[in-house]
Design a protein around this ligand. Structure first.
Ligand SMILES: Cc1ncc(COP(=O)(O)O)c(C=O)c1O
Length: 413
């Protein structure tokens, strides 16, 4: 029997069973179909069963499905690494593959600690992160994430570092508005930098921790201060990457390059679990030397799986060939337009960026039963706490998007 994620199994009811998918539609065993409003945990950006992606996989599987990367190499991995270096912020020249976002984050944290220990600074081993941040479910990823339902049972054994508030004022906040948060950051860094290996954050939008959006001015300030106080800057773009915020990577809003960046989820367009941790040449160079112990000691069995690499490469081509950033702008326009007329005393805030819309309501109890209601209306939406959010596949059309939002509208009535 399956043990389902984030589920009190005692209360598990019959789950809808998907039998096929096409475009934004998930077809169920009972003959009904659902519009996917959240891209299967934000990954399925081209929708289901995309012909070009299916073909890329079929072509690769006829060559070979898998080979270890320890001691061997292969063209799909080489090509994907090249493509990732090309499309990510300039300076991230080295790509370490792994098999999930959480593991990609673990690799980033290990890289940061070992960067400093390879240089002789063994005391620099803690992390600074942001309140409401979420970086995955493995142990070190939980330590840099804020306390939440996802990690609460383990809070007694987690060794957390330093955690700061994001600035208020949302995306539009100017340099003065973010100043208080910047000062708090500088205070912590000036006092503790000798203990801190890195700062890890989700740039511009914190997703699972509540869809909070903050200003690029803060990101710029974090970059400057992390250089000034000699701590590495790690961007977790597992959720924000590949266009979700309206730029290919959210880092572009502040025009900054982190020292390390993690991507996952939409990397393979939801076809296979995969992630990558990219690093600058400065980070990479600190692992070079005659001493084997200076090398990066990590190697997931399925890193750079050729099927994952082949489908990721084709997905990147699709994003570029079909000008997805324009599609995302159009999704943004429709969500904003629809949200303008979506009003209820139960709504506390509406937040929109790129192809992401979030509605915060007064209390999680307002959304109790919402998922079932959405299902009955032919829509797949799954609130987190007191937030209903939309992160649809980028191929969604206007009618489908309006249908999704109408379900929210009708529920809040
Ligand atoms: C920002 C962020 N980082 C890391 C992760 C973990 O990724 P995975 O679920 O692939 O381990 C997630 C998952 O939601 C995420 O949103």
């Amino acid at each position: 029997m399956i043990w389902y994620p984030y589920t009190q199994m005692k209360h598990l009811k019959d789950l809808p069973k998907m039998v096929s998918g096409r475009g934004v539609r998930m077809n169920l065993e009972n003959g009904r179909s659902l519009i996917d409003g959240i891209s299967s945990w934000w990954a399925v950006i081209h929708g289901y069963s995309h012909p070009a992606l299916n073909t890329a996989l079929k072509e690769q599987i006829d060559k070979f499905a898998h080979v270890m990367l320890g001691g061997l190499s292969h063209q799909p991995a080489i090509d994907l690494a090249e493509a990732l270096v090309r499309i990510t912020p300039s300076g991230l020249n080295h790509v370490f593959f792994s098999d999930s976002g959480s593991v990609g984050v673990e690799v980033a944290l290990k890289m940061a600690i070992q960067y400093w220990s390879n240089k002789g600074y063994t005391e620099k081993s803690k992390f600074l992160s942001l309140k409401n941040g979420y970086h995955g479910d493995t142990f070190k990823a939980m330590e840099v994430s804020d306390d939440s339902d996802f990690s609460r049972s383990f809070s007694g054994v987690l060794h957390r570092g330093f955690m700061l508030e994001i600035p208020k004022g949302g995306f539009e906040a100017g340099p003065e508005t973010v100043q208080l948060a910047v000062q708090q950051l500088e205070k912590t860094l000036s006092e503790k930098h000798h203990e801190i290996a890195g700062i890890i954050l989700e740039p511009i939008v914190q997703c699972a921790g509540g869809f909070h959006i903050y200003s690029p001015h803060y990101l710029k300030a974090v970059r400057e201060l992390s250089k000034k106080y000699q701590v590495l800057l790690i961007f977790d773009e597992v959720a924000t990457g590949f266009g979700r915020t309206g730029k290919l990577f959210a880092a572009e809003y502040a025009d900054v390059t982190p020292d390390i960046m993690v991507i996952g989820k939409a990397l393979t367009a939801g076809y296979l679990g995969h992630a990558a941790t990219l690093a600058t040449t400065d980070v990479y160079d600190s692992f070079l030397g005659d001493d084997y112990n200076k090398a990066l000691m990590h190697g997931p069995t399925f890193m750079a799986n050729p099927l994952a690499c082949a489908v990721a490469l084709r997905s990147i081509q699709l994003i570029e060939e079909e000008n997805y950033l324009e599609k995302i702008q159009e999704i943004n326009r429709i969500i904003k337009e629809q949200f303008r007329t979506l009003n209820s005393p139960l709504i506390v805030d509406k937040r929109v960026i790129g192809a992401l819309g979030a509605i915060e309501v007064t209390d999680p109890s307002v959304l109790s039963g919402f998922k079932e209601f959405a299902l009955s209306q032919g829509v797949w939406l799954r609130p987190i706490g007191n937030i209903i959010y939309l992160m649809p596949p980028y191929i969604i059309d206007e009618l489908e998007l309006v249908a999704l939002i109408d379900v929210i509208r009708n529920w809040l009535k």
